[in-house]
Design a protein. Structure first.
Length: 292
């Protein structure tokens, strides 16, 4: 299949013996840059997808169609494997099936399905979780939907580790084991904050682990490797940096700075590399008879 190599690469990461840091990507240019500088994996997060596509915060306004189309654009632009945050699958278990189908054909190497109740319920400020039974149903639906067995399906739980009550970590372990039993390929945790929490979850499961946060005492590569963490995310700072660069540039122009006097602009060599100018010129010569 067209995207098998990318999915096999992600599976190699998960079955390996180290922990890699994925590069946050959100459009064709960012995924090409991540690929060019040597990232093994791109991460297309839900929050950065909402910002890049809609300019809106992460409150589940982006649709499956919009997410899949952005993934399709990135798949065309580069061959870097990309893990997609598919949120809650955009509805119930049947919607999860459709989500997997769309992201698979869009070229995702893998995707995560989470057990958070989305969109946010009326009048409730704290994130809520769906029932364990519904979460298991979503994982089963995701696995049932994939046509390419190499596509990686990760079960993600929003349980907050120790959380506000002592039962938080117990619930995390129960959900992790239940999702593992469905046959998902890896487990994704966003709420673990301490070594004890990670050790507890790792001891209770056998699958590769992906962490959404490794700050504080979890910022220890050797420890993460020892607990089967194979992918550790680093947030979405590339998009934040791009936002500031665009703001500063437009502000300078608006304030009267001449384009030739702007600071921090990319070289023509970098711009040409990102847009694959050399490859395009070869094709122009071959197919249109234009001189290179």
């Amino acid at each position: 299949m067209a995207f098998r190599k990318r999915r096999d690469a992600l599976r190699t990461i998960l079955s390996g013996s180290t922990c890699i840091r994925a590069g946050s990507v959100y459009d064709p240019v960012s995924v090409r840059i991540a690929e060019d500088i040597g990232f093994e994996l791109g991460m297309f997060g839900g929050s950065v997808a909402s910002l890049a596509v809609l300019g809106d915060p992460d409150i589940t306004l982006i649709t499956l169609t919009e997410l899949a189309e952005q993934m399709r654009r990135m798949s065309r632009a580069a061959s870097l494997p990309v893990l997609v945050d598919a949120d809650h699958g955009y509805g119930n278990a049947m919607n999860v099936r459709r989500t997997v189908q769309e992201l698979e054909t869009a070229g995702a190497a893998g995707l995560t399905i989470e057990d958070t109740l989305l969109p946010q319920a009326y009048g409730i400020s704290e994130p809520q979780l769906i029932s364990l039974e519904e979460g298991v149903g979503k994982m089963k639906a995701a696995l049932d939907a994939r046509a390419d067995p190499a596509l990686v399906i990760m079960g993600r739980t929003g349980t907050r580790g120790g959380g506000p009550s002592p039962s938080g970590l117990d619930d995390c372990v129960v959900r992790a084991r239940a999702y593992e039993a469905t046959g998902v390929d890896a487990l994704f945790f966003t709420g673990l904050k301490t070594r004890n929490e990670l050790e507890r979850v790792s001891a209770a499961t056998t699958l590769p682990i992906v962490l959404g946060n490794t700050q504080g005492e979890l910022d220890d590569q050797a420890f993460l490797i020892g607990q089967r963490v194979r992918i550790a995310l680093q947030g979405h700072t590339p998009f934040a940096a791009a936002t500031l660069a665009v703001y500063d540039t437009l502000k300078a122009l608006r304030d009267g700075t001449a384009p030739k006097d702007l600071k921090g602009l990319p070289s023509s060599q970098l711009t040409n590399r990102v847009m694959r100018d050399a490859d395009v010129k070869v094709r122009l010569a071959e197919f249109l008879g234009l001189k290179r």
